[in-house]
Design a protein around this ligand. Structure first.
Ligand SMILES: [Zn+2]
Ligand SMILES: [Zn+2]
Length: 243
């Protein structure tokens, strides 16, 4: 008998459900055995995301049986047949993406690649608009706002003055505490590649809030990592006063 509940596994989040629906499309609606490569791979991915960190320590959390059941539930929503335990999230995600598999695949590819899919998060409207990447947004923001990460970067830059590494904005006449309100730490290494590795100074760029917002928007649009140089090149030959 498959064991998926027990220990009160948390409900499937939106991002997790998006990943499951994407797999359902990849499998063309045929749900294989929990021992199949595809199901085990998704189970491993979901267990590795520090989204439900405590629950993920339980062996039943998003195990292959659980992933298999989720796919059956999705099939039930998709076909209207079956007696599974369909959740509101399953219905909601199906209503949104059931007929847009390509769009869904673009979004889940971004999730899988660990591309941070939102801006600094100080703008609630942007977060709402980019809700497809909620999971990675949350992880990315947690990482960039970590006081140790900010401290590492700001300590290194203060002696030479704070300056945006994209548009070169600086506000040397402002007190340092005011300057610090304008700038943010941007992490150059995609989350998936960075893993649990400790952040190094070389992994970080100091950006003004608007360039930070811009680079994240470009990542979403391109569904690929974007470098500081990519953004600078895109902005040429406009001068920094155009900002
Ligand atoms: Zn800037
Ligand atoms: Zn960033």
């Amino acid at each position: 008998m498959a064991v998926t509940q027990g220990h009160g596994n948390p409900k499937w989040s939106r991002d997790e459900t998006l990943l499951a629906l994407d797999l359902y499309f990849t499998l063309k609606g045929q749900v294989p055995s929990p021992k199949s490569f595809e199901i085990i791979a998704l189970s491993n991915l979901l267990r590795s995301l520090p989204y439900h960190a405590e629950a993920a320590k339980q062996p039943t959390f998003r195990n292959p049986d659980g992933v298999g059941f989720k796919l059956m539930n999705i099939r039930q929503v998709a076909t209207g047949k079956g007696l599974g335990n369909v959740s509101n999230m399953d219905r909601q995600v199906w209503a949104e993406f059931g007929h847009r598999p390509d769009e869904l695949h673009r979004i889940t590819a971004a999730i899988r690649a660990g591309i941070p899919v939102a801006s600094s998060g100080q703008l609630p409207d942007v977060d709402l608009e980019l809700q497809e990447g909620r999971l990675l947004t949350a992880l990315h923001l947690r990482r960039e706002r970590n006081p140790k990460v900010r401290g590492l970067l700001f300590d290194a830059r203060r002696p030479s003055g704070l300056r945006c590494e994209i548009c070169e904005l600086s506000r040397p006449r402002l007190e340092m505490s005011m300057q610090e309100a304008i700038f943010e730490a941007h992490h150059l290494v995609p989350l998936a590649e960075a893993g649990e590795r400790k952040t190094r100074l070389a992994d970080l760029a100091l950006l003004c809030a608007s360039c930070h917002r811009l680079i994240h928007r470009m990542m979403i649009t391109r569904a690929a990592p974007v470098t500081i140089q990519d953004v600078r090149t895109m902005l040429l030959p406009a001068s920094s006063t155009d900002f």
